[in-house]
Write a protein of this length. Structure first.
Length: 277
């Protein structure tokens, strides 16, 4: 019971912070998600720093990833031009050059893990800025969080629906080699819940057609599930149960954002192909 209460309180605070950042002010969004990006990188690098003698420059790599998010926010809103990314390019160059002086037996491990986390964590979160910004408004922050709110709501509803259905009637394993508890029944249960809930957004944002809300929600569930399985594969490979303990009762940042890592680029691609075209 204590663990359930702890998990519920953490979940409520977590959801309140995310939705507050998205709904209150763009600067709050920028601060919260820059911090999330840095903490996700810190956790990722912490997981693999002892794996095959990897020696990651953790602090500077986390700063580099957070900078990418901030730079992308400025660029997506037309506040600056492409020169904003020059420091990040220098950081990538530094990542390679630094190994000349580290004198380690296998520098490829350091390069690979450093850049993998930049793509997986910083790259995914940075795409949020192209989802929340309104195109064709250069030099002005026109913040539209509807797609990002929908993304998180769909992920949360899918997790809830999949758990409730899967725990009761789940028999056929979805991907037993990676995640033995997930079932096809749970997958379709979560999907049905999300497809139904997507139609509520038609009332909130009628400028987007009902079938696009269906298509977007389906894409988020599909790729969010793959994102969850991808992080499970990462943890299984590293031999850990949770990615961290930052969120009591929920594990770490990567445990909470695993589905989101794949759902963010999916959302961006869908919006660009079918909604903003």
């Amino acid at each position: 019971m204590n663990n359930l209460i702890k998990r519920a309180l953490t979940g409520i605070i977590f959801v309140a912070i995310l939705l507050g950042a998205l709904c209150f002010h763009p600067i709050l969004y920028l601060l919260v998600f820059s911090l999330i990006t840095a903490l996700s990188l810190w956790e990722f690098y912490g997981l693999i720093k002892h794996y095959e003698n990897a020696n990651i420059q953790r602090v500077i790599s986390c700063i580099g990833g957070a900078y990418l998010f901030i730079a992308t926010f400025a660029y997506a809103n037309g506040l600056t031009d492409g020169k904003i990314f020059l420091p990040y390019i220098l950081f990538i160059m530094y990542t390679f050059i630094a190994e000349l002086y580290n004198n380690v037996s296998n520098p490829i491990n350091n390069w690979s893990f450093t850049l993998l986390a930049q793509v997986y964590c910083a790259g995914s979160f940075s795409l949020l800025n192209f989802i929340t910004s309104t195109p064709n408004t250069p030099g002005e922050v026109v913040f539209n969080p509807i797609y990002t709110i929908a993304l998180f709501v769909f992920i949360w509803l899918n997790d809830t629906g999949a758990y409730l259905v899967g725990s009761r009637i789940g028999k056929r394993r979805l991907f037993e080699r990676i995640s033995p508890k997930k079932s096809w029944e749970g997958f379709f249960g979560g999907l049905i819940v999300v497809l139904a809930a997507s139609q509520a957004f038609v009332w909130y944002a009628p400028e987007i057609s009902w079938y696009n809300w269906l298509g977007l929600s389906f894409s988020i569930v599909l790729f969010g599930t793959w994102g969850d399985l991808t992080e499970s594969l990462l943890k299984r490979t590293l031999g850990v149960k949770d990615s961290g303990n930052l969120l009591p009762g929920h594990g770490g940042m990567l445990d909470r954002f695993d589905s989101v890592m794949m759902a963010i680029p999916t959302t961006y691609i869908y919006i660009e192909l079918f909604i903003r075209n």
